[in-house]
Structures are given as C-alpha cells and as structure tokens.
Design a protein around this ligand. Structure first.
Ligand code: TRP
Ligand code: ZN
Length: 490
C-alpha cells in the first residue's frame, strides 16, 4: 500500500467523515497548522524510564524562588494542619521543539501549579504523578524555540530513591537544601529532569533577612528586598548543567570569597562545621591545581563548596561548581567531588546506566591523589580490592563483584561499589595497558572531547581504542566492564 493514501472506507457515511475530521483535528493544531504529536512522557532511561520528557530540548531555566522556612516545622505546637507554602516559584523554561509538538510534559513532583503560559499565552495543563502535561495553544513546529512559564507554590517534597537515600528538598535546622541526584530536581522546579538535557540557569532566591542562599555558578547581586524583610540572591550558571547538579542551600553560612588565578572560589560553611572544615577546605586551590594538571583545564567559571551539618543529607554531592558536603569533608571526599566537575558535571552520562563514568573516575581520582601524596599507590588499592582485604568484612569485599560497572542490576544499585571501586579498577586496567603518558592523554582527551556534553560507555571504549591503536582492550571490556562476577585474573 502506498505511503500516503489514507484508508478511507469505500462507503464513507457522514458520521465516519465527521469522526475522521475530529481525530485529525485532535492530532493537529487545526486548519493550516503544522501536524504535531505529543512528546513522550519519559526518555526511556534504563533505570528511570519516566525521568525527562521527549519532544524538546531545554536551553535555559530562569528560576525565581522565594522560601520562608516553615515556622510550624519547628515551633508551632498547635494541631492546626500545615497548609503553609514555604516555597513559591516561577520557572521560565526556554526550549526548542525537536518534533512538531502538540503537547509535552515537564517533570514536577508535588507542589501546586498556579498558572502556566506558553509564549505568554495561557495554556491548559494536567498532572499525573510526576508528569505535568502542557497543551500549547497551537502546535510548536520542530525547531521552534518556545518559552514555558510555570508559577507554582507549596511545600516541596523530599524524595526517597530506590536505594533508600533522600533527595529533592531537604529541610534543615536553619533552612533547606535542594539536592538532585538522580531525580530530585523535580521536587523544586519543573523541567526536563534527565542528565541528557543540559541547560544554563539563572536562579534568583529570596529568603528572610538574616539567611543566606547559595547556589551554582556565580553570585550576581545580593540585595535587600521586601522593604528590608528579605534578601534576594541572584546566581548564574553560564555553562550547561544537568538538572541533578542544580542546588540551592538556604541557611546561616560563613561565607569565604577568594580567587585562585582569577577563578572565584565561593565557600559556604554552616558555622557549626566551620572549625572542623577549615583545614580541609583550605586545600581547594591545591586540589584544583592538581586536578587541572591531571585532568586538563577546569571547565567552569567558579568553584567552592557548601558544607551543611552532618545529617542534613546522607551523602556528598558534586553539585556543579559548588559541591555539597554534609559536615566537614575529608580530603579524599573533597578530591572526589571536585574531580566530578570534569567527570560527571562537564562530561555527563547519557543515561543513569553510565553512572560508572562519573563514579569510577571520581574514585580513581582519590587513588591517584593518594599515590601522589605519599599514600597507597593506585596499584596497591587495586590489589587490595582484588584480594579482598580492602574492606574489613567479607560482605563488602564480595559486593564489588555483584554486577559489572557498565550494567547495574537495578535503580537501587546505581551507587553501589561495582560502580565506584570496580569502575576505578577498569580505569586502572586501562592505565596498566597503555602506560602513564598515554593514560593521562586519554583522561584529559576524554574531558575535552565531550566537554559540556553527554557520553556513554560505548563512546568511552571507542575513545580509548582510538587513542591507543594496536592495544587490545577486549579482555578489559569483556571481563571488567561488562562481565558478571570476579574476573579470573587481576
Ligand atoms: N554522586 C554522589 C557522590 O559522588 C553520591 C550520590 C548521592 C549518589 N546521591 C546519589 C549516587 C544518587 C547515585 C544516586 O559521591
Ligand atoms: Zn561520586
């Protein structure tokens, strides 16, 4: 049958004709408009299939947030139900249609949507779970840049991951914290919550006077607003950032602003962690210099750290330009989160399956730091892991062989030790195969080849092979990267 001849019934009744017309109108924008279809409700990530959305590509998020720590959380002992709206926001999302788009989704979990416009015109929306489905007033033709503005408010959710860790919006003793890995950004702003869609950001946060608000990138202005009752901070991220790396930290912080060879260093530390953090945070310039020497030019335009209290989150996170730590970090953790700025933040995984490209590299950075600073060599760390005497118990020692780094068993396991330690072992095997000079060419070249972009495991293995012609990596890929169980030889 020919491609374009519609199957019209031989005896088309007026009813059938009317039905055909109605169906056509539903799928199209109307007479004269481009034919469009809805964008998909997810990006079919192997671990988080509903994360992200199809049909468009975000280029910029402008988020204007106002946060009032909820008095009833701490001091209100009455039994009045909590109907407060501690967070209110306006998200203006600039995107480009990648298909003729009759409808599209944004990810937003919780919060109340108060209004929504597309290119300034009111647009209807519906909500199902984390999917906020938008019907633009007319079909957006493929290639068109369009702007969605969502006004929303409420008490943002803390999201519990399949592995039991908490992310999204985390209230703290003196404020709150937004952390996004892997699917937490949808708790505090609507967007395309998947690492494959990176964008620039302007984040404006208004908080009660006396509190600070810290975010990614560079601080533009900090000014008194609301007749002096509030302070408004504007932060700008000019390099592409994945949603999971966006953060805001609200509370009391000791702020230290310095520069290192012209690079602004902005460090925010909860006063209760200040004494314990001072010495290690003073190493940021030295660590940055060592990482630039090993990994190549730093990809972003500022650096620093955010240190909240122990227990404010269960983990550190490589939030772009300004990694987050729950309590004073140790040097290895600082080295790890700063290494992620190259591997994870600048070169970002295409899907959550490629997580080892983040964690294997950041873990290997810790091994290299140790080797270069009179600690164990990377070979010693590798050998201890292989022999099983790296950890002091058998369960942990065995756990690194539970699954191959390039293929975690499920979403609950994307941050297990095969992704971190065994991922680092893969890099060490590559180093042993090509020698140090070529190895550093590879890790630097990898950071350059995919700077500000996305990459997956197949991109990596192809890159390594291209950079070391004549070397055989097939055993490393087969046994160490993709193979089940413990490889027979170290
Ligand atoms: N990426 C964080 C680190 O380097 C760890 C982490 C926090 C994480 N939250 C996560 C890993 C969620 C996977 C999923 O150290
Ligand atoms: Zn990490």
């Amino acid at each position: 049958m020919s491609r374009s001849v519609p199957r019209v019934p031989a005896v088309a009744t007026p009813f059938l004709l009317a039905l055909t017309l109605a169906l056509t109108l539903t799928a199209c924008s109307g007479p004269g408009g481009a034919h469009g279809t809805p964008g998909s409700a997810g990006l079919a990530d192997p671990y988080f299939p509903k994360a992200g959305n199809g049909g468009y590509d975000v280029t910029h998020y402008a988020l204007t947030l106002a946060y009032t720590p909820d008095a009833s959380d701490t001091s209100d002992t009455s039994d009045t139900p909590n109907t407060s709206t501690p967070l209110s926001g306006t998200a203006t999302i600039t995107a480009r249609a990648t298909q003729n788009l009759s409808a599209y989704d944004l990810d937003l979990k919780g919060m109340k949507v108060n209004s929504l416009t597309v290119d300034g015109k009111n647009a209807p929306w519906t909500r199902t779970g984390q999917e906020l489905t938008v019907r633009p007033p007319s079909t957006l033709p493929k290639g068109k840049a369009f702007r969605t503005t969502v006004r929303y408010s409420g008490s943002p959710e803390t999201i519990t991951d399949p592995d039991g860790s908490e992310e999204g919006w985390l209230p703290t003793a003196d404020g709150a914290l937004a952390l996004g890995e892997p699917t937490g950004s949808m708790a505090w702003f609507p967007g395309n919550d998947h690492p494959s869609d990176k964008a620039t950001y302007d984040i404006t946060i208004t908080v009660p006077k006396g509190l600070q608000a810290v975010s990614n990138g560079e601080l533009g202005t900090e000014r008194a607003t609301g007749g002096g009752r509030t302070t408004t901070y504007t932060w700008r991220t000019t390099h592409p950032m994945a949603t999971y790396l966006a953060t805001v930290a609200i509370g009391h912080y000791d702020i230290t602003r310095t520069t290192k060879n012209g690079l602004p260093v902005y460090v925010a530390v909860d006063p209760r962690e200040a004494a314990a953090s001072r010495e290690v945070l003073a190493k940021i310039p030295e660590i940055m210099e060592w990482e630039e020497y090993n990994f190549g030019p730093y990809p972003f335009s500022s650096t620093g750290a955010i240190v909240d209290r122990r227990g404010d989150a269960g983990y550190a996170l490589e939030t772009q330009t300004r990694p987050f730590f729950p309590g004073a970090p140790d040097t290895a953790t600082l080295v790890h989160e700063l290494a992620h700025q190259w591997y994870g933040d600048s070169v970002t995984p295409k899907t959550w399956r490629d997580m080892w490209l983040n964690e294997g590299f950041a873990t290997y950075a810790e091994w290299l730091w140790s080797e270069d600073h009179d600690g164990d060599t990377a070979q010693q760390t590798f050998d201890a892991l292989y022999k099983g005497d790296y950890y002091d118990n058998k369960a942990d020692s065995d756990a690194i062989w539970a699954f191959p780094p390039a293929n975690p068993t499920s979403a609950a396991h994307i941050s297990d030790s095969p992704v971190y330690e065994r991922g680092a072992m893969v890099l060490h095997k590559i180093r042993r195969t090509v020698g140090d000079a070529r190895f550093y060419d590879i890790v630097q070249g990898w950071a350059t080849a995919h700077r500000y972009g996305n990459a997956d495991t197949a991109d990596f293995t192809a890159y390594v092979e291209k950079m070391a012609p004549g070397k055989d990596f097939s055993g490393i890929w087969k046994d160490w990267l993709y193979g089940d169980g413990k490889p027979a030889r170290p």
